[in-house]
Design a protein around this ligand. Structure first.
Ligand code: MLT
Length: 404
């Protein structure tokens, strides 16, 4: 008889955001009159900017005629997009990343989940706690962890790096040496950023120990402060130890369109094996390229008009972030993040657990957020709100929170 992948059985419950969505849908069904404000999952609400819409229309029209129709996209991405990414996201910031080191995909979440496939199952991973659940869950599915430990509320065989108030929500170099280190900055869920000198320590550490850093920079467009790196390749030596993933979801509103990319420098070699070659082999085998029309839309992100329009869009969300943080502080909450990121990480009221606070906000104030403990044991007692709602809803949510 067929045997299933038992590693899936190690995962408790459903995926965090599915659990939240189920609870919210059930509440809405039971209370159809409730005007629920959704500040849970980091999903954007502003429409695509005109430069992107124009590019989409143009690409759709191309699909209507034999001369310009496109079938399968090149599996690693169209050159027009890879060149635009290399020039704008890296070379313009002094990072020596070439177009052929960029792998275009249908979103950063897939890359975050899939990249572990090119590493051996007996590699040890290190993750921040709290952490974006995809890094851990995908490694559990692959069998790279032990069982779920109910007492500690995390998995055996994983190095968890606590990110708490006392260390400014930044991980410390672990005492046990990991093979694969997951870092995400600006951070999801805490919304806190890392300085370049601090990130350099991780790069030096990985080069010294032979570890590989998987760097998720999905929120880099929200960086407002000087000294905060937009890419890990701003650090010296990162090309020999780091993979970086980026998303078009948060900087350009592609959560529904789907587009992302991963950078693997050619110098990144372990045990004589090029990680670039392995990922190219994997991508070519399992992926048929992001849609042409979406890649054209991605190219428009880097046009002069696109850049100007997206700057405004990000400013819109960051006004929400400031509004939430200021409102929470006025209401007596302790809140972090929201300066270089669209996430605000607050301490729950009255020592409620994260899920108690979730239920309280949903039932009493009709506000949805994400319970901190859903991101890991160290997230207990915290709660995440996103700045991705409309300004009006953000104001209303703050008003309700102040009434608590
Ligand atoms: C989040 O809310 O953490 C993100 O939107 C989830 C994701 O990007 O997959």
């Amino acid at each position: 008889m067929v045997k299933m992948n038992d590693n899936y059985q190690k995962l408790p419950g459903s995926y965090l955001f599915s659990t939240v969505a189920k609870k919210v849908n059930a509440y809405q069904k039971a209370h159809p009159e409730a005007e629920i404000i959704r500040l849970g999952i980091g999903d954007v609400t502003e429409p695509l900017v005109p430069a992107i819409i124009e590019a989409l229309h143009g690409a759709v029209d191309e699909m209507a005629s034999r001369e310009t129709f496109r079938g399968y996209a090149p599996d690693l991405g169209y050159d027009f997009l890879r060149n635009a990414i290399a020039e704008n996201d890296f070379q313009a910031r002094g990072c020596d990343i070439q177009a052929d080191e960029i792998f275009v995909s249908d979103g950063a979440k897939c890359d975050c989940g899939n990249l572990q496939e090119i590493f051996a199952v007996d590699n040890k991973i290190a993750v921040c706690d709290p952490v974006y659940p995809v890094y851990v869950d995908s490694n559990v599915m692959a069998g790279r962890t032990g069982m779920y430990n109910k007492e500690r509320e995390n998995f055996d065989g994983v190095i968890y790096m606590p990110c708490r108030e006392e260390n400014n929500f930044l991980p410390e170099l672990p005492s046990e040496t990991p093979d694969l280190i997951y870092l995400c900055f600006p951070n999801n869920p805490t919304g806190e950023a890392i300085r370049k000198s601090e990130l350099q320590e991780w790069v030096d550490y990985a080069n010294k120990t032979g570890a590989v850093i998987f760097y998720d920079a999905a929120y880099e467009a929200y960086i407002a402060e000087e000294g905060v790196p937009h890419s890990i390749y701003e650090c010296e030596g990162a090309k020999t130890c780091a993979i970086e993933t980026r998303s078009f979801s948060k900087n350009a509103g592609f959560t529904g369109l789907r587009l992302g990319y991963t950078v693997i420098p050619k110098e990144l070699v372990r045990g004589g094996v090029s990680l670039h070659s392995l990922w190219a082999r994997r991508h070519g085998t399992k992926f048929n390229g992001a849609p042409y029309i979406v890649q054209r839309a991605g190219e428009a992100v880097y046009s002069e008009a696109g850049k100007a329009q997206l700057k405004e869009q990000i400013a819109y969300y960051m006004r929400n972030a400031r509004t939430i943080k200021a409102g929470l502080t006025e209401a007596g909450f302790t809140a972090y993040g929201g300066v270089n990121s669209p996430y605000i990480w607050l301490k729950t009221a009255d020592n409620m657990t994260s899920w108690e606070f979730f239920d309280y906000l949903l039932n009493k104030l009709h506000i949805v957020g994400t319970p901190g403990s859903g991101f890991g044991a160290q997230g207990e007692g915290f709660f995440r709100l996103t700045a991705f709602g409309s300004y009006e809803n953000t104001l209303e949510a703050v008003k309700r929170l102040k009434s608590m």
